[in-house]
Design a binder for this molecule. Structure first.
Ligand SMILES: NC(=O)c1ccc[n+]([C@@H]2O[C@H](COP(=O)([O-])OP(=O)(O)OC[C@H]3O[C@@H](n4cnc5c(N)ncnc54)[C@H](O)[C@@H]3O)[C@@H](O)[C@H]2O)c1
Length: 270
């Protein structure tokens, strides 16, 4: 086994003795067709998990292109409770249950409080907050009967410190941060052996960020500002976040619950 250096300070374990850090775990990743979710799907697949990507039906082809043949797709609009119930039924029927849920699906809105309309606010909250609430609620039932599990909620550095240009988004990610702790405490007190943690990336080079940069009046300046916002001086890459998710999905994090895991290059440290 060797540890190979890769660009941007990341590393991968390579060679014949590669460890399956989530070997045989059944993992559902919402919003798994793109960006952080897609990179996480590939990493967990690589590390031995049985991965199900859950995303909007329109994303099916995009999701399955470039992932291993063992990865499957489930159409899921995270705002629909019926769709969550059907997804859990499918997981029990086709895979035997669920060990890891990554509540990653999310949308952004680059608007301050004065510019944000109530319909935009409600739409964003439906995906970013209702979606995570429904995911946690439905996963607990299935994980309980399997003897435990790990729920990983993707929040943001904007859920730790406010961003004046992301009114609804910051509010939604703050809600995810504290919902996570509530779920973690409930599951611990009940003795379910279900852990729940949140992940807080700074600006990640993904389709979501590219869309936000594209809307700016001066995109080049905005890209530079986003990269400079982190003391480590660069944008996060999806793999930076996926590596944290892998840790939380694995048994290496067995004593970690209710935690807010920063992947922000030091952005919130000062
Ligand atoms: N990119 C960043 O800078 C950044 C920073 C911090 C946190 N995050 C968070 O990370 C997560 C992933 O973001 P990304 O940057 O990879 O974005 P992305 O836009 O590349 O991917 C988001 C995915 O969510 C899916 N999605 C949207 N609405 C959905 C719905 N109703 N049901 C199911 N799936 C839905 C999309 O189809 C897409 O595949 C989000 O929760 C985001 O808020 C992103």
């Amino acid at each position: 086994m060797q540890i190979a250096s890769e660009p941007k300070g990341t590393f991968r374990i390579t060679g014949e003795a590669k460890l399956g850090r989530v070997q045989n775990k059944i993992a559902l990743i919402t919003g798994g067709a793109s960006g952080i979710g897609l990179t996480t799907a590939k990493l967990l697949d690589d590390e031995g998990a049985k991965v199900v990507i859950a995303d909007l039906e329109a994303r099916r082809e995009q999701a399955l292109a470039g992932v291993g043949t063992a990865v499957t797709f489930q159409a899921l609009d995270v705002t629909s409770e019926d769709a969550w119930a059907a997804t859990m039924d499918m997981l029990v029927r086709d895979h035997g249950g669920l060990d890891v849920l990554v509540n990653n699906a999310g949308v952004a809105l680059l608007k301050d409080i004065e510019a944000t309309g109530i319909d935009e606010w409600r739409r964003l909250m439906a995906v970013n907050v209702d979606g995570v609430f429904l995911g946690c609620k439905h996963a607990i039932g299935v994980m309980k009967s399997r003897g435990g599990g790990s729920i990983i909620n993707i929040s943001s550095a904007a859920g730790i410190v406010g961003d004046g240009n992301l009114a609804a988004y910051s509010a939604s990610k703050g809600a995810v941060r504290l919902l996570t702790k509530s779920v973690a405490l409930h599951c611990a007190r009940k003795g379910y052996n279900i852990r729940c943690n949140s992940v807080h990336p700074s600006f990640v080079q993904s389709p979501m960020l590219e869309a936000m940069i594209g809307q700016a009046s001066d995109p080049a300046r905005m890209r530079t500002a986003y990269a400079a916002a982190a003391p480590l001086g660069r944008l996060a890459q999806p793999i930076d976040v996926a590596q944290m998710i892998l840790f939380l999905a694995s048994d290496e994090s067995a004593f970690t619950t209710g935690a807010e895991m920063l992947v922000d290059g030091g952005l919130t440290a000062g």
